[in-house]
Design a protein around this ligand. Structure first.
Ligand code: A3P
Length: 287
């Protein structure tokens, strides 16, 4: 299974993300109106994309959703130049691997954070389902890999810290998965004002409804029935198959997986580093 993973600058990547691409990224030409959608895998990337699509659509704003920054062919990077803006560009990359121009051009960044315990559980199931990732049979074995940063895109806390500590002149909006679960319409409005879009309360509620877990899951299932999967858009470099994404969509599923011992191990290995991060300390583990 290990042939599915390779590493670049010490971070494990799926082989779908080529080393050529990762090393060519600095040639990427950013634009001032680009919006980078950043997440550690399994934090709600597809959810945010749905929210953004609806937001732009509802405000009659244009946007072009691009494939993930790291999931392209270096020879095609220039094609991105011809796309109309604003471009919404998803990526799971840690901050130090993102093209320099993203920062020099002051692009807006939306970073989605999910509590690391639920993220680990979601990733464990994803590893099993996703043919591009190795299968790890036992949850305990997977958790060790996760805690040691030996999973795709590396350590959860390193990833978050890299973005938390980046100097972005207030151009980064951090959004918690758990907050979205609690009050989606409120955060739809927060995201829209960050992007300079205007939606009414009613529109925010409508967008929240269309981006709910149930509606998104049902839409993907209907696509399956018609045997016409909407494989038109890859949002995450780990898969182009949206059927693999909608598992439970809940906060607190970690409690069905972590033993007391595993919880102590989590605390021992990540506790101090989590406490050193304001964003990580504020993560909620239940609803
Ligand atoms: P679970 O595996 O816990 O169900 P990503 O898009 O970054 O790959 O993240 C996938 C996770 O986000 C999955 O978590 C998925 O169910 C959840 N998710 C996707 N859409 C969602 C929505 N509308 N509401 C809540 N969770 C959602």
């Amino acid at each position: 299974n290990s042939e599915l993973i390779h590493s670049y600058k010490g971070v494990p990547f799926p082989t779908r993300v080529s080393i050529d691409q990762l090393s060519a990224l600095d040639d990427f030409e950013a634009r001032e109106d680009d919006v980078l959608l950043v997440s550690y895998p399994k934090s709600g990337t597809h959810w945010l994309v749905e929210i953004l699509k609806n937001l732009y659509c509802c405000t009659a704003g244009q946007m072009t959703l691009t494939p993930p920054l790291e999931f392209q062919d270096p020879s095609k990077l220039c094609e991105l130049r011809n796309l109309p803006g604003p471009r919404v560009i998803p990526t799971h990359l840690p901050q130090n691997m993102v093209p320099r121009q993203v920062h020099s051009k002051n692009c807006k960044v939306i970073y989605v954070i999910r509590n690391p315990k639920d993220t680990a559980v979601s990733m464990f199931h994803y590893y099993k389902q996703n043919p591009h990732l190795p299968t790890v049979q036992k949850w305990g074995t997977f958790l060790d890999l996760f805690l040691n940063g030996e999973v795709v895109y590396g350590s959860w806390i390193d990833h978050l810290l890299s973005w938390e500590r980046a100097e972005t002149n207030g151009n980064t909006l951090f959004v918690y998965y758990e907050s979205l679960k609690k009050d989606l319409p409120k955060y739809v409005q927060e995201i829209s004002s960050f992007l300079g879009l205007r939606v009414s309360e009613e529109e925010a509620r409508e967008i929240a409804k269309r981006s709910s877990f149930r509606e998104m899951k049902e839409r993907v299932e209907r696509e399956k029935e018609r045997e016409k999967p909407e494989a038109t858009h890859t949002v995450c470099a780990l898969t182009s198959d949206r059927k693999l994404i909608f598992r439970k969509g809940a906060v607190g599923d970690w409690k069905n997986h972590f033993t007391t011992e595993q919880n102590s191990k989590f605390e021992a290995l990540l506790g101090d580093r989590i406490n050193s991060s304001e964003l990580a300390s504020n993560v909620e583990y239940e609803c």
